[in-house]
Design a protein. Sequence first.
Length: 206
Amino acid sequence: MPKRTRAGALIALTAAGLAFGTALAAPANAVTKAPGFLAARDLPPHPSSSWTAGKVTAGVPEAVETDRCLGMVLGDDRDSWHRDFRTDLDTSARQVSVESSGTGGAKERFARLNQDIRSCAARTEKADPDLKVAFKDYGTLPVEEGAHVYGLHTETSWGASDIRLLAVGRDGRTVTVVDWGRLGAFEDAPVKAFEKTTTTAVNKLH
């Protein structure tokens, strides 16, 4: 999850741990080379600030491990990498990629991530009555083994408003998640540009 605002940070609540089955377990001979990652120029353009990209770093950050939408699947940091992106204002992003031991494990991880994102809004509202979360499914993208784009709008009881775009994509044994967020509502989300970013992210995996 990107570096969040007050509202967005509330989405990243501690998720219950999940023991993965054999299909999702990391192989004994752990992968050491990171897949390709987005560059700052690949992110949706910001109207008044340029993007800055952090280093590609091994593992999954704590903010992702405890994220209700992603943490149950990405909470295991073996054979995984992430890269953070930021602007000088209220917009930030993160890409996380995970390598499975085979395509079967990657397919299962991809399916579970899509399932968890679809149920994230309802689970978040149930856990915290001060939050109202709206969900949008923007559909699939024809890239490699597939990608799916979603939107989440969070409002708090004290008036804060936050928009988040999430995408899950797969290329062979690798699954990647692109997570973008800022203050605002659905009309503030650059969906078309984010879809282009997602396609680039999946194409860059190998």
